[in-house]
Design a protein around this ligand. Structure first.
Ligand code: ADQ
Length: 476
């Protein structure tokens, strides 16, 4: 791709950081890499509230060729848009948790108005041949609001979380409005083929749309590209992190504490979609059904708190701490604590070292768009002594990491059996499985994800498609 031919404008709820030395998550790493290579603008929420909210003057920080421009929200906007509609309605619904989803018209109204306000603030900063790339479930309406502002350039959208089956999505009172608004984007990206299929089915069943060849879908007079673009990690960079001195210190620390015991690791934001309660029960079942593991394994769950203002998350933390206490109370001995749960964050290097020290990584979400922890664990392993990945059948990563031990996270027995198999897996099988997963992780990197999506967006309609560049014509 001819880098920098079009300016990249990324929009996401949280902006930055531009370097990945700290605690940046997958979205930040993928985007900052593309922005640094192409130059551009990253636009989103400042993380602060103020009385003027989205009307307050924007703040801009420039680093190399990248401007990061953010605006505030007021308290009402934050509550209705972020805590309300995004995280009490859309997040549970799209993760198939209708039982937890709450719908109210006040937060629906505020969510739409925040999308409209962000579009109104962004539109004056745009140029017609920018590539605008909007991220995630916070901004379903943003593209259509930018069109309302008169913006005619290319706009793409990527959904980081699952797009649930139409039977579930139609429970959302605004489901038709949301999908119709999404059709204002030129390219709509999903993590997996299943998510894409669900979206297309919704268009066909609910909006009288038509599926066309080449991952296109038509509804009324709108024709858009809807395709799967699985997100990846900076695999070579992550593998280097794993052998850095900071990683080494953490690896050694974990190994020292474990001694002869085999280490099992889990790393997830404390979120009900990650299947932590079910995972703990699976570990308990391992100790019950395969008693030879008592005193011989230890399980560290790293679970930084997230969205702790929401009731469902407070309840989850209580339940997990209680369950951890129950399991330890039941099995611990004077010199062995089977399960440890930590809510602190680590730097990416430290985490890479911790992954490397673990023989088994448990990634058992009940639903997950992709799950980057699975890919990080694979990238961080020592090629001469790699660990085993246990992966939920409901994680998007499953379609690429075919050599993981795949489990149904709802089945306590299945998780326990997979743990036993992982803990006793012969070296040759461990290595063979890891090698194919490593190849997949190094093939589908964050940079590939960005480039593939942006190439498609660049080639898509928009209203500014220009005559082909003569240089491109030379290349045939
Ligand atoms: P998340 O739900 O946040 O992302 P995930 O993909 O696992 O889930 O990414 C979490 C990131 O946070 C990883 O990079 C991990 O290393 C990091 N992290 C977790 N705990 C940490 C800790 N204690 N210290 C430091 N770092 C920590 C959403 C979707 C996913 C999708 C991503 C990217 O829910 O399905 O894979 O976006 O699209």
């Amino acid at each position: 791709m001819a880098e920098g031919r079009h300016r990249l404008v990324a929009v996401s709820n949280r902006v930055g950081p531009l370097n990945d030395e700290g605690k940046a998550g997958g979205l930040a790493v993928g985007l900052s890499d593309a922005l640094k290579r192409r130059g551009g603008l990253w636009f989103g929420w400042s993380g602060s509230t103020s009385a003027e909210g989205t009307f307050k003057e924007a703040s801009t920080e420039v680093e190399n060729d990248v401007a990061m421009t953010t605006i505030d929200m007021n308290e009402e906007e934050l509550e209705g848009f972020y805590y309300g509609y995004a995280n009490r309605s859309l997040w549970p619904l799209l993760h198939y948790r209708l039982d937890l989803a709450e719908f109210d018209r006040q937060s629906d109204r505020i969510y739409r108005s925040v999308n409209q306000r962000f579009a109104a603030r962004l539109a004056p900063l745009l140029e017609e041949d920018d590539l605008v790339w909007v991220h995630d479930y916070h901004f379903f309406y943003l593209g259509s609001e930018l069109r309302q502002c008169g913006y005619k350039g290319r706009i793409g959208f990527f959904l980081h979380i699952p797009f649930c089956a139409p039977e579930i999505f139609t429970a959302l009172p605004a489901s038709h409005d949301i999908v119709r608004a999404m059709l204002a984007y030129d390219v709509i990206g999903f993590q997996t083929e299943t998510d894409r299929r669900n979206f297309v089915s919704f268009c066909v069943q609910e909006l009288d749309g038509e599926e066309l060849p080449d991952q296109r879908v038509r509804v009324g007079d709108r024709e858009v590209i809807a395709d799967a673009y699985p997100i990846g990690i900076d695999a070579p960079g992550y593998a280097r992190f794993a052998v850095s001195p900071e990683a080494g210190e953490h690896e050694e620390m974990v190994r020292d504490i474990a001694g002869d015991r085999l280490q099992i690791i889990g790393v997830d934001r404390m979120d009900y979609s990650k299947g932590l309660v079910e995972r703990f029960r699976g570990f308990e079942r391992l100790l019950e059904d395969y008693p030879e593991n008592r005193g011989k394994v230890q399980f560290l769950q790293v679970a930084p708190l997230s969205r702790s203002e929401l009731d469902a998350y407070v309840e989850l933390r209580r339940e997990l701490e209680e369950l951890a206490g129950h399991i330890n109370g039941r099995f611990a001995t004077l010199d062995w604590t089977p399960l440890q749960i930590m809510t602190r964050g680590f730097t990416r290097r430290a985490l890479a070292g911790i992954y490397r020290a673990a023989r088994v990584c448990l990634v058992t979400p009940l639903r997950d768009g992709m799950n980057l922890v699975a890919k990080e664990y694979v990238a961080a392993q020592d090629p001469d002594d790699p660990g085993v990945l246990i992966l939920s059948r409901f994680a998007g990563a499953r379609s690429e990491l075919k050599d993981a031990l795949v489990v149904n996270p709802y089945s306590t027995d299945d998780v326990a059996r997979a743990l036993q198999r992982a803990l006793t897996m012969p070296f040759e099988e461990r290595k063979r499985r890891w090698e194919t997963m490593r190849d997949a992780v190094f093939h589908g990197t964050a940079a590939n994800w960005c480039d593939t999506f942006l190439e498609r967006l660049e080639a898509s309609g928009g209203d500014t498609t220009k005559a082909p560049d003569p240089e491109d014509a030379d290349q045939g």
